[in-house]
Design a protein. Sequence first.
Length: 311
Amino acid sequence: MFAFLPAPLRGALALLLFILNTILWCTPFYIVLLIKLAIPHRGWQTWYDRRLIHIAQAWVASNNAITDLTQRIEWDVQGLDGLQRDDWYLVSSNHQSWVDIVVLQRIFNRRIPFLKFFIKQPLIWMPMLGGVWWGLDFPFMKRHSADYLARHPEARDQDWETTRRICARFRDTTPTTLLNFLEGTRFRPDKQARQQSPYQHLLRPKAGGLAFAMETLADRLHTLLDVTIVYPDGGSTFPDLLLGRIHRVIVRVRALDIPAELLDGDYRGDPEFRAAIQRWLGQIWTEKDALIEELLESARQTHRDIGPNGR
């Protein structure tokens, strides 16, 4: 409806609507969360958690409506058939910007259990959103530099312990979806070069967080949703989204059975088991890298056929 507006006006309107929508849904969310904290009746915990999830899902649906209202984006999504709202999932995706979260929430909202993803510890202090992530039991992870770990080797176990504790808490809840960006950070060419990544469009995958989740929830998790996100126009930042510079989003989802032998092992203490998980993820990443190149080449060919003026 408002996609015809000049980019600055459209961006300002979209940002205002997102902020107002956040305030709107944070209000009932924090009311329920405060009641949960004030009256921590064990028998009511599931009811509290479900109410919080329902509010979060309505929040995401409203954000999707704002995007449709202010943007003109072509969504090319495949692979959502057969997903269940009452099953357990691991989700892995390539990572380019915060817009990836918007995309993933859009395609999976109310199709599978609400996405919960690993977040850097400092983000707990983000206004409004930090408390929501905490209230939804998102795992907050501390990231340490190589120098810090060299001086404090005991810190290497902190993220593992956080993952184990959060996943153990999930065992007694309704079905859950855990999202893990295996690259650990957003893709950038300089990071790719620094890593000497063997992939053209990806950083090296880090298996630890995924392996710890599978170890703790071995009897719950059986499916990995392998998600590939491509922005063929090039831009993928949040300003790109607000200003209407993202015209097409391509998403491919594959439901992969997690090999049974990878669900019951000691990732930290068994080198052979660790190597097996890394080989499995390496194969997935090789296929993902090839798919990204295929999708980009198809988009480039379509652009050449249509021509720069759309004819």
